[in-house]
Each structure stands twice: as C-alpha cells, then as structure tokens.
Write a protein that binds this ligand. Structure first.
Ligand code: FES
Length: 163
C-alpha cells in the first residue's frame, strides 16, 4: 500500500544533543590509549636499537663482583653468575684451586657449561671445548680462550675481578 502526498506526515528532524563532556573524554581516552601503544612498541624498539657501544661500556664498567657464600662451593663444582652484562663461571677445582672466567663462547657467543665429570668446559652450540683451569680453547671452533678473571676467596664470600 502506498501513501499519497496528502497522507505523508513530515516528521521534525531532531538533532542529537551536543555532549561536549563526552567528546572531551573520548579525545582524552584516545590520546591515553595512543600513548600506551606508543610506549608498548617504542620501548622494545629502543632497547633493541640501543647502541652496542653503550652496552659494552656498561659491561666494562663492572670490574668486580662479590659472590656471598660462594666460598662454600664444593670442589669439583661451579657457580654461574653474572659479570657485568654477561654470564661467567666460578669453578672450584677438584684440587682445591679456584678459577673464574667468562661463560661466553669465543666462537659465536653461546653460553658455555662446566662439565666436572669430563673435566672440561663445553659449548653445546658447535662442540667447543675449553680447559676448566685456564679457559684455553682445547678443541672445536672457538678461536681463542675464554676471558679470565682473578679470584680472591675470603671468609663468607668470593670476589671475582676483571684481570
Ligand atoms: S658458539 Fe661455542 S662453539 Fe660455536
């Protein structure tokens, strides 16, 4: 059924009322969400792009690490600890002597492990082997020894110093 022109009723156009408070709130909320997203994306990018020179400088700034209670480490065992930005090994040798060295493989920078049962430091990435006393590269692809640290054993702690 269709309506004739006389039957059509013109309805008044009702405009939506303005809500300035809502508009301000929505703008502020959108800005806050944008800031949160920018931070979530920007911070990891910043960390990724942080200069390797700055990282090396921060790592080099650490020249000594004190390891509380490490003097109780039994002979034939090792303690992995952080020296600056990188992992390091403190080894109490079976003969009672101590050694400490970087645990970063000199080949492609994997983290090495002390294997007391085989009396060696081993890099599982490509089979690199190091001497646990001297850190010398014994076999496999590592091109040079592990970086050595000085060890001072005291009562209740062990202090490891960059050599
Ligand atoms: S990274 Fe250690 S042997 Fe390749």
């Amino acid at each position: 059924m269709s309506l004739s022109n006389e039957q059509r009723v013109e309805l008044p156009v009702v405009e939506a009322p303005e809500h300035p408070a809502r508009r301000v709130f929505l703008k502020a909320a959108a800005g806050a969400v944008g800031c949160v997203y920018a931070g979530m994306i920007g911070y990891p990018v910043y960390r990724y792009l942080e200069s390797p020179v700055e990282k090396a400088a921060a790592a080099a700034a650490v020249s000594e690490v004190s390891l509380p209670k490490a003097d109780a480490l039994p002979p034939g065992s090792a303690l992995m600890f952080k020296f600056g930005a990188g992992p390091a090994l403190l080894i109490h040798q079976k003969d009672g002597s101590w050694s400490a060295m970087s645990a970063v493989c000199t080949h492609l920078a994997c983290t090495v492990q002390y294997e007391p049962e085989r009396d060696r430091i081993f890099c599982a990435c490509h089979g690199g082997v190091y001497d646990p006393k001297t850190g010398a590269n014994v076999s496999g692809p590592p091109p040079r020894p592990l970086d050595q640290f000085k060890v001072a054993v005291g009562a209740g702690s062990v202090t490891v110093t960059r050599g």
